[in-house]
Design a protein around this ligand. Structure first.
Ligand code: URA
Ligand code: SF4
Length: 227
């Protein structure tokens, strides 16, 4: 989790970081990022957003078509599923900061539509300084990775999502990390029952992540000195 420029042959978002690390400053600076080629075909940078006091950070993959046009994360169909999942899991929106591993929309044309194209590992790495900066500013207690791209961005390219979803990790840079599926994977399921089942598993992972917050306040109570 370091913004090592060497890996991208000297090019990454690290060259565009502002001096002052606040979310507004980072967001402003990210607008002119040319840390990889993805800015060339996207409408705009889609930075993270949410409460500066959020205790949960949700990390998606990259903005979709709607996000690219609006300039905000998770405002399209995947965002609707995510919002439903958060509600079901009892996670208030004020408690979350939402962002993506990659800040520009990568797409290929299909007819008149722009279809999502998976970011390469080199693009994920080039963009990671933004994500690292967001984590440094927000200092979330729990990071929830939505899908394999986010999980690989933060846990390394060997991370296996299906083996590790719902497990609680303790990376050195945050108290807890939980990975789950990307909400858009639910949209791809055709059968109603299969979709409902997948949604329940998704909600269970979110609940597991949220339950860690309770664990923290408990351990803080327990840690009170007896004078
Ligand atoms: N999918 C993502 O991963 N992020 C978004 O912001 C929207 C869709
Ligand atoms: Fe910069 Fe990330 Fe956009 Fe690449 S995808 S240009 S690194 S903001």
């Amino acid at each position: 989790m370091t913004a090592r420029k060497e890996r991208q042959g000297g090019r990454s978002a690290a060259d565009f970081l502002p001096e002052k690390f606040t979310i507004p400053e980072l967001q402003k600076a990210s607008r002119s990022c040319e840390g990889c080629d993805l800015y060339k075909r996207a409408t705009q940078t889609v930075f993270g957003e949410g409460s500066p006091r959020a205790r949960i950070m949700l990390v998606g993959e990259q903005p979709g078509d709607k996000e690219d046009l609006e300039g905000r994360p998770f405002v399209g169909p995947a965002g609707r599923i995510l919002a439903q999942g958060l509600t079901k899991a009892g996670i208030p929106r004020e408690n979350v900061y939402v962002t993506n591993a990659v800040k520009h929309f990568k797409w290929i044309p299909r007819g008149k539509r722009r279809i999502h194209d998976k970011p390469r590992m080199s693009e994920i790495e080039a963009c990671r300084p933004w994500l690292e900066a967001e984590i440094a500013v927000i200092k979330p207690l729990v990071v929830i990775c939505l899908g394999a791209t986010a999980a690989r961005a933060l846990m390394g390219p060997k991370f296996r999502l299906m083996e590790n979803r719902g497990r609680v990790f303790e990376p050195f840079w945050a108290p807890w990390l939980v990975a789950t599926v990307h909400p858009s994977s639910l949209l791809r399921l055709q059968e109603h029952e299969e979709r409902m089942r997948a949604f329940q598993l998704f909600v269970a992972d979110l609940k597991k992540a949220a339950s860690l917050l309770g664990r923290e306040s408990k351990s803080m109570e327990e840690a009170e000195p007896v004078l």
